[in-house]
Design a protein around this ligand. Sequence first.
Ligand code: 3HC
Ligand code: NAI
Length: 691
Amino acid sequence: MVVINDVTNFGTDSNIAILTLNSPPVNALSAQVREGLHEGIKKAKDDKSVEAIVLICKGRTFIAGADITEFGKEPQGPSLFEALDMIENSNKPVIAAIHGTALGGGLEVALTCHYRIAIPSAKCGLPEVQLGLLPGAGGTQRLPRVVGVEKALQMVTSGQHVSAKECLKMGLVDELASEEKLLEGAVILAKKIVSEKRPLVKIRDMNEKVDAAKGNETIFSEFRKSIARRARGFLAPEYNIQCIEAAVNLPFDEGIKTERKLFMELITSNQSAAQRYAFFAQRQVAKIPDIPKETEIKSVKSVGVIGAGTMGGGISMNFANVGIPVKIIEQNQERLDKGLSIIRKNYENTANKGRISFDDVEKRMDLIEGNTSLDQLNDCDLIIEAVFENMELKKDIFRQLDQIAKEGTILATNTSALNVNEIADETKRPEDVIGLHFFSPANVMRLLEIVRGNKTSKSVVASSMSISKTIGKIAAVVGVCPGFVGNRILAQRQREANKLILEGALPWDIDDALFEFGFPMGPFAMSDLAGLDIGWDKETSKGETLRDRLCESGRLGQKSGKGFYVYDEKRNKSPDPEVEALIREFAESKQVLRREISKEEILERSLYPMINEGFKILEEGMAIRASDIDIVWINGYGWPIYEGGPMFYGNLVGFDKILSWLQKMEGEHGSDFAPSSYLEKVVKENINIFG
Ligand code: 3HC
Ligand code: NAI
């Protein structure tokens, strides 16, 4: 066995060369790996005793793609194209042996090999689109030649990881090896290829599947329509489609040129920069600087949830979905039955859509046990309280839990605004108390704010991070402050939106501007969806706010068919002149002079105060890093990932520009716009807040 360089091993099994890549953690194609690949293939080609080459990887995965950390830097070492050409043009068969994930550039390497073998647990995919990119090493030209145009379109625009079994069906891999015997399987296949004198299959020359789609523009127009909603605002899906079109309409080498050109455009775009930033931010958010890796993680094998309302039901589903039994407690049988029936209905809806089986519905429901006595929670490892947002009620529940819960149980509250420290202090074990702030619908939304109290132990924080991973959430650790991170920033946007509709904009002007920016909906459409009457009381309402007036006139939001908008029976919204009149009347009563408000002003007024609040949050240490704030907003509030989150976006706009805008606005309109002193410092000292 000869080591080519420290990431590549070269060995032989009789006449088969075995080239092993070993570059933890994911064998990404760094300059060193490319060089090793290049040298290893060359060595095998030059070695007369070698008749075939197996390319395999050590560690958890086959090559997971280009090394994303190298993007935007001066290229070093041999290009990936050189290595790929060498593999494809080798006069000895090259066999890719795949385990883990063959992704992006990794799958592109495998697609230049003459044969591919994988173990059943392996997955293949071209996820570049999720980084705002397209496969830039021939993937868009080779994939449709193997799997056909429709499947290729789906794969490159979704970035989905396809199971080895499915890959075998599609022809993306030639054989499956048994799970523990990839190398053996690959060597047997290599020997067979040699002895049977099988051809050196070059995917670039396989034109049958792309030719079949020539002249059929409907495939592309229909496909564009089918993804229009989820691809809205993104550049990369469209660019990926254009590459597949090139694969169909142009000779291979010309198609590669199109791919290259479009790849270069994307890689230098702000969108891809934002999406790559979000990729690393999402991994960074899981790291808590003062909590070492070896911190004790409590095992959570049973969960108690208090309250079977909107949140409690959704929270319970998260655990049942991963096989963890849940005891759900309500104040009476009627509410319990109602809560459980809503959970069942949700599962049945998912089963009706074919996403889970009806058998799964029963299995999950069997894991959820309802009760009306808190005492039942005495053996739970984690208890999450999700009762009404009322401090006295929550305190009372925590006092009871202190008596009931076994030692070491994590005691969590799902409060969206109350002080977690105050709740913790009701118990004799504040170190076990934490906020687990789920977002609605809790079984769907990926964000979880983990609210770390003053006394919460490191083990409880680490265990909460771990359990969030188990249930598939993206968790951000935040501090105790009103609204925590997400809602605290949201409050800024909400305040300005409410002011803007008095000053001259209409709800739909604001919603449209934010929708165009990339949010799934604007603040007024969101309020209608949530219901305008949350926290509104008919008895005490005195028409003091616009919301009061809307509710008083029966406009409670979508559920009553009208709110800020009017809704048809399919819940499609339209602007309503009645609302415009109400707003004008209300503005007049408040003596606010209405004026023309531009889209640009709407965006500045909505977004800049949010960014300013982000700085205040960082200054107070309520978020660990700027990118955590972005992760909260991308995953919890629909900030478009291609705009990178409020802090990333603020940096693109220029923090100096935002500061000047805030200073001017503060002078004209007062303290709502007072700049954060940390923002002032960042601008003055030119600090890079992304570290
Ligand atoms: N480049 C550089 N670093 C990478 C990387 C990559 N392609 N993929 C993963 N990493 C790093 C992560 O940042 C993380 O680092 P950290 O430990 O310091 O935080 C570490 O590897 C482990 O990654 P995960 O925590 O994500 O590990 P998982 O086991 O959960 O997932 C994975 C593994 C499925 C491979 C996942 O990391 C992944 O999806 N990676 C990205 C794959 C991808 O997008 N490939 C395409 C790249 S672009 C490309 O290939 C262009 C080409 O067409 C030319
Ligand atoms: P909800 O009103 O839908 O449900 C609360 C449930 O708690 C009710 O079913 C009620 O019967 C039950 N309950 C009240 N007292 C109880 C007791 N003593 N024992 C057992 N059950 C009791 O309220 P929702 O929306 O689920 O909110 C729950 C908590 O989650 C609140 O703290 C809220 O601030 C928070 N939250 C709400 C979000 C939302 O979007 N609805 C989002 C994030 C957090």
